[in-house]
Design a protein around this ligand. Structure first.
Ligand code: ZN
Ligand code: ZN
Ligand code: ZN
Length: 355
C-alpha cells in the first residue's frame, strides 16, 4: 500500500446484530488508493466524552478539510488531556479530603510522594513529547513518521495532502455509517481482511468489514483481494440483483447501432462507455397471466433515447425504482427510462453490440 490506509474499522454494522456466520479469510491486500473510514471508526488514543470531542474540534480545525493535520492534533491533545487526568484527580482528592493534607508535598509519606511524582511527571513527560512532535511542523509525530515510510523518499507532507484530497472525495469508501445501509437479514457476515504492506518497517493490519460492504471496498482498490480460504462472501441485496439483472440482459436480444454512431460515456458513472439501449421486446400481457398482476401496471413503451447508460448504472437505476420492501418483485418490476420516462422492464434492456 503506497498511500496511507487509515481504515482500521472496528465494529461495522450499526444494527447491533452480531455475526453468526463469522468468517475470517486471511486475505492479502496490496493496494494503491487510500481507503478512508469515518472518524467514528478511527481508533482514538482514548475514549473521550462528547464534549471533549467538540472542544477538540475547535482546537484542531476541520477533519474534512485537513484529515491528517486534524488527527495529528487530535491525538496530541488526547494524549495531553489523558496525561493530566491523574494530576487532576490528585488535586481533587486534596481539595475534597483536606485531612489527608495532600497539598503539603514536603510532609507527605513516601507512598504519597511517589504518587505525587507520578501525577506530576506524567503530564510533564507527555508535554515534552508533544513539544517534540510539534517541533519542525509536526514532522516528529508518529503519524508523520508513518507517512514518511509511505512517501518513497519524498516528503510526508505530499502523502498527507494526497490523503486529505482522498478524504474530501465524495465517493470515498466509508464503512458503518449509521443509516447508510439497511440489513435485510438478522445475521451479518463479517470479514477480516488482512492488509499486508509493501513498505518495510510498517506492520500489517486488519480491516473488519461487513460482507455487504465488501464489493464497495473492492471497487476502490486497484489490487486484488485474495480470498485465501475461498469463503463465500455474502452479497448485498443490490449486488445480488445486479447479478440477476446482468444475467437477464445477457439473454435479451442485442442492439446494433448505426455504423457511424459514436457511443458516449455513461452519464451515470462517467467511467464506462454506454452499452445498453432500451428497446421494447416484451409482451405486456404475458406479465398479467402469472397471477401476480403488477398493481401499478404501466405498459412498456418504446424509448427513443440514444444510448446514455451502462449496464451497471441501468441496473442500479432499475433497482432504485422498485419497492424496496419487496425485493421478490424486483425481477418482474418496471421502471421509467431515466431520461424520457418511457416505461421499460428487464426484457427491454438490450446490450449494444457494434456491427
Ligand atoms: Zn454507468
Ligand atoms: Zn428513454
Ligand atoms: Zn417491457
Amino acid at each position: 500500500m503506497h498511500a496511507s490506509c487509515t481504515n482500521r474499522s472496528g465494529t461495522c454494522g450499526q444494527s447491533g446484530s452480531l455475526s453468526t456466520a463469522e468468517s475470517a479469510p486471511r486475505d492479502r491486500l496490496a493496494k494503491r488508493e487510500p481507503v478512508m473510514s469515518t472518524s467514528e471508526k478511527m481508533p482514538a488514543l482514548g475514549y473521550l466524552p462528547w464534549t471533549t470531542q467538540a472542544t477538540l474540534r475547535l482546537l484542531s480545525g476541520s477533519e474534512d478539510i485537513s484529515f491528517i493535520d486534524y488527527h495529528i492534533r487530535r491525538t496530541t491533545v488526547t494524549a495531553l488531556v489523558h496525561a493530566f487526568l491523574p494530576l487532576g484527580y490528585y488535586i481533587g482528592l486534596a481539595l475534597f479530603a483536606p485531612e489527608l493534607n495532600l497539598l503539603a508535598v514536603w510532609e507527605l509519606t513516601p507512598f504519597f510522594q511517589a504518587v505525587f511524582s507520578i501525577c506530576l511527571g506524567l503530564p510533564l513527560t507527555v508535554l515534552l513529547f508533544a513539544l517534540y512532535w510539534h517541533y519542525d511542523n509536526w514532522s516528529n509525530h508518529p503519524i508523520a513518521q508513518q507517512l514518511v515510510q509511505l512517501s518513497n523518499g519524498g516528503s510526508w507532507k505530499a502523502v498527507a495532502s494526497a490523503v486529505n484530497t482522498e478524504f474530501r472525495r465524495i465517493d470515498k469508501f466509508a464503512s458503518g455509517t449509521p443509516g447508510r445501509r439497511f440489513q435485510s437479514a438478522t445475521t451479518a457476515q463479517y470479514l477480516n481482511i488482512n492488509v499486508q504492506r509493501v513498505e518495510r518497517y510498517l506492520s500489517d493490519f486488519k480491516i473488519r468489514l461487513n460482507s455487504l460492504e465488501y464489493s464497495d471496498l473492492r471497487t476502490k482498490l486497484q489490487a486484488q483481494i485474495q480470498n485465501a480460504r475461498n469463503i463465500v462472501v455474502r452479497q448485498s441485496l443490490s449486488d445480488q440483483f445486479l447479478e440477476a439483472f446482468h444475467h437477464t440482459v445477457s439473454q435479451n436480444p442485442v442492439f446494433h447501432p448505426q455504423p457511424h454512431v459514436e457511443l458516449d460515456q455513461c452519464i451515470g458513472c462517467m467511467q464506462k462507455e454506454s452499452n445498453v439501449k432500451l428497446q421494447k421486446h416484451c409482451e405486456d400481457e404475458v406479465q398479467g397471466q402469472e397471477g401476480q398482476a403488477d398493481p401499478a401496471g404501466p405498459t412498456c413503451v418504446q424509448c427513443f433515447c440514444r444510448p446514455m447508460w451502462c449496464l451497471e448504472c441501468m441496473g442500479k437505476w432499475f433497482a432504485s425504482r422498485q419497492d424496496q420492501q419487496r425485493p421478490d418483485t424486483w425481477l418482474s418490476g418496471k421502471a421509467p427510462c431515466p431520461t424520457c420516462r418511457a416505461v421499460f422492464c428487464m426484457l427491454d434492456v438490450c446490450r449494444i453490440v457494434p456491427r
